[in-house]
Design a protein around this ligand. Structure first.
Ligand SMILES: Nc1ncnc2c1ncn2[C@@H]1O[C@H](COP(=O)(O)OP(=O)(O)OP(=O)(O)O)[C@@H](O)[C@H]1O
Length: 256
């Protein structure tokens, strides 16, 4: 489905709260993400970033409040979201090729057990975009950590979603691969809304328009509006410094 390129809402979260058993992880969360926005999601360990992402993709349900993705419940909008989880659950010994991993992005509710020619074309297209078409037949277990990460992004691309959500995708890749990775994200952001969890705000903020700070609550800022000191004060010392050398949107930050 093609993305609506106007200022339409891609993700809308209203008065959301979520607990694991008795532990309140997110409370009174409100978040509005517009189509073609790019947001980095930061915050201390255990602050609720991955939980927030799982609520957006419909893997968890809120205790109260609501999540809407293009105006629909997350489970109805699942095919519009490409999701790269924090840990890819692949047994390294499992004999699966790069091509087959990306094919999983074509699974849908109507999948009947084999891939169509269209599926295969979309898979090769996604692998070409991330520059790994030439290793399509290699076993997934035999490629590097950075290549695996890109293959998982190709899987998300093959699903042809309008939103790309990545949970700490650069944790295992070197700086050079990270530069290439952000070039790729810049290209994808022309047609996809991007949300990415990261602990490396310094370099990342050159790409993202806005930053969402998650620590039980969610506060959103233009990336240019924060200083490293402020981040450290609010969220502890586990974040790197944000750069201030590019223009961001008009939404100001909303702390007391
Ligand atoms: N399945 C679960 N059952 C119970 N508690 C959980 C579960 N998953 C996460 N938690 C707890 O919820 C809190 C938020 O976890 P979450 O993974 O969302 O944080 P995070 O901000 O992504 O952390 P990190 O930066 O360490 O990845 C933590 O205290 C965590 O221990």
């Amino acid at each position: 489905m093609a993305a609506d390129m106007s200022d339409s809402s891609a993700i809308s979260i209203r008065d959301l709260s979520f607990s694991y058993d008795a532990q309140v992880v997110l409370e009174d969360v409100n978040l509005e993400v517009l189509s073609l926005d790019s947001i980095c999601v930061v915050g201390p360990n255990g602050g609720g970033k991955s939980t927030l992402i799982k609520l957006i993709v419909g893997l968890l349900n809120p205790d109260s409040g609501e999540v809407r993705v293009f105006g629909e419940k997350p489970e109805s909008a699942r095919l519009r979201i490409g999701y790269v989880p924090q840990y890819a659950r692949y047994d390294p010994q499992f004999p699966i090729s790069v091509f087959e991993v990306v094919c999983m992005g074509r699974l849908s509710d109507s999948w009947i057990g084999r891939y169509t020619r269209d599926d295969r074309e979309k898979v090769m297209e996604a692998l070409s975009i991330i520059g790994l078409a030439d290793i399509a037949d290699r076993p997934f277990s035999s490629i590097s950590g950075g290549q695996r990460q890109r293959v998982l992004i190709a899987r998300a691309l093959a699903s042809e979603g309008d939103i790309l959500i990545l949970d700490e995708p650069t944790a295992n890749i070197d700086h050079e691969s990270e530069v290439q990775f952000f070039d790729l994200l810049t290209e994808l952001n022309k047609r996809m809304t991007i949300l990415m969890v990261t602990h490396e705000v310094g370099f990342a903020s050159t790409f993202f328009k806005r930053i969402a700070c998650v620590n039980k609550q969610v506060v959103i800022h233009p990336t240019s509006a924060l200083t490293g000191d402020l981040i450290r004060d609010m969220y502890g010392g586990d974040l790197q410094i944000i750069r201030h050398d590019h223009f961001c949107g008009v939404e100001g930050h909303q702390h007391d």
